[in-house]
Design a binder for this molecule. Structure first.
Ligand code: GRF
Length: 190
């Protein structure tokens, strides 16, 4: 399968996915990184793996539909069949949803439907829950909604501060996302 990864920031999940595909010889190829910030660190990570990037500046477009039409052209030019969101901080609009029905997956650092939104780890920590985690789900038109594919719980320890919890959540993400990808590929669900 030809896959595009969408990311806005650091790109540790991007790296985990690319490395897992290689190490586990998964039948998938990351053919494009789509990034909406021209100085995001994930761009250098893609370059290090020789994966091409499509950088999109939403401010250059009249609206989301116009920007997504440009993204779609880049995806279609590379024959992309599925999209993995990995820290992509925008809501996917109708243009991309219609082009990739049930083929866009997101990772969220909380146990959805609890703590959706941009600050899932912090919100769970502030709420004082004993357990949070990671969710991987298909996306729909909502924010962090859509059918859940897999979840993994992560305990919040009495000794945790936000940093230590974040570290444990990210480590869980880097295992769960490749596992789910492998599973979906095996099932032919991507
Ligand atoms: C991850 O915690 C992901 O769940 C969230 O954004 C973060 C991205 O981290 N949506 P990275 O860019 O993959 O390092």
């Amino acid at each position: 399968r030809k896959i595009a990864i969408f990311a806005s920031g650091t790109g540790t999940n991007f790296v985990a996915l690319v490395q897992a595909i290689k190490a586990r010889q998964l039948p998938a190829q990351v053919v494009l990184l789509v990034c909406d910030h021209q100085d995001a660190p994930v761009l250098q990570r893609a370059q290090a793996f020789n994966i091409p990037s499509f950088v999109i500046n939403f401010k250059d477009y009249a609206n989301k539909a116009a920007a997504e039409t440009a993204i779609l052209a880049a995806l279609q030019a590379r024959d992309v069949q599925a999209i993995l969101l990995a820290g992509y901080m925008r809501i996917i609009g109708p243009t991309l949803l219609a082009a990739y029905p049930n083929k866009i997956i997101n990772i969220h650092p909380a146990l959805l439907p609890k703590f959706p939104g941009a600050h899932g780890i912090e919100d769970a920590f502030q709420a004082g829950v004993k357990e949070t985690g990671v969710t991987i789900h298909f996306i729909d038109a909502g924010v962090d909604s859509g059918p859940i594919i897999a979840q993994k719980a992560v305990p919040v320890l009495p000794t945790d501060d936000l940093d230590s919890l974040e570290t444990r959540i990210h480590a869980t993400e880097h295992v769960l996302y490749p596992d789910v990808l492998a599973d979906l590929l095996k099932k032919g669900a991507l």
